[in-house]
Design a protein around this ligand. Sequence first.
Ligand code: TRP
Ligand code: SF4
Length: 351
Amino acid sequence: MTTDRKKILSGMRPTGRLHLGNYVGALKTWVDLQDRYDCFFMVADWHAMTSEYADPSLLPGNMRDMLLDWFAAGIDPMRSVVFIQSLVKEHAELSLLLGMFTPVSWLERCPTYKDQIVQLANKEIETHGFLGYPVLQAADILIYKADIVPVGEDQLAHLEITREIARRVNFLHGGPIEQVTNRPLNPIFPEPEPWLSSTPKLFGFDGRKMSKSYNNAIYLTDSPDEVTRKTKQMITDPARVRRTDPGDPSKCNVFDYHQLFTHDKAEEMGVQCRKAGIGCIDCKKTLANSINNLFDPMRERRASLADKPGALEEIAEDGCARARAAAQNTMRILRGRLSMPEGVSFLGKPS
Ligand code: TRP
Ligand code: SF4
């Protein structure tokens, strides 16, 4: 990875199997970005730990399932660096150091912090680790000098904190301040930009937000029959009672899906719906087909990985090694700028 291309880093907490909402909201963006950028994709297991520390026993299985989904969906380990956060210990070192630069008030006023304290009231997350969640995230990003960070809207506050931390370190340790621009001449970190996915949110097959806990999600691992069964349950335009009633696709969850997965034929589905040219049953069958067409190559890639014992581990190991090399390089430079010793030789020098 010695190109001049811009760098991307993103991560997901290992929550297990991914659903279509995760795919269109994040994973698909990652897959597409691989062509144009040097990408780092991270399993954020330490971030998961901030809320799961009392019982982390599900994390290893979740990491495996999530990685399989990433590779099945087309994350290409030849082009992108795919790694596990806690196996690149430099993230912890940088997080510790960035913590020195981060006022507690930035963290306390972070909207995700205030929000999660209420949401996860059963989990006792008023901890140092959870308050420092955005600092660890800043370390994830800055350690690779990422230029762009694809994230969901909920993560924008963390990106802003990342930028503020980068600015602060740069101002203090980025060499002399240039008079005209009022910027350090030799900044250590770029200020990363967020990249928001433009895809609209997908609703679950019951019409509510798609979520594991609502049991209304279509998973990338679902079999063709499961996909068909779930699409059959989808809520349609409630005013379309009989087959002969014209429908309104703009009021139908199925049509939202068609727009994402049936591509150029989606528009025609809408036209037919409006003039009762197609029934909801057939419309849903077409959708199941579209989704299965999307999933088929994923199923193949997943099966070929599953066929080779140790393959997943090997890929992850290689990704961690590549991430580590880049992270260690940044830490070497930063430690130099911060007058941190590289060895004990400094002890010999009188001060
Ligand atoms: N906090 C992110 C989330 O919950 C996951 C994450 C951890 C991340 N480190 C990151 C995302 C760095 C982008 C960049 O979705
Ligand atoms: Fe929805 Fe299709 Fe039925 Fe129209 S025909 S209401 S788009 S399921």
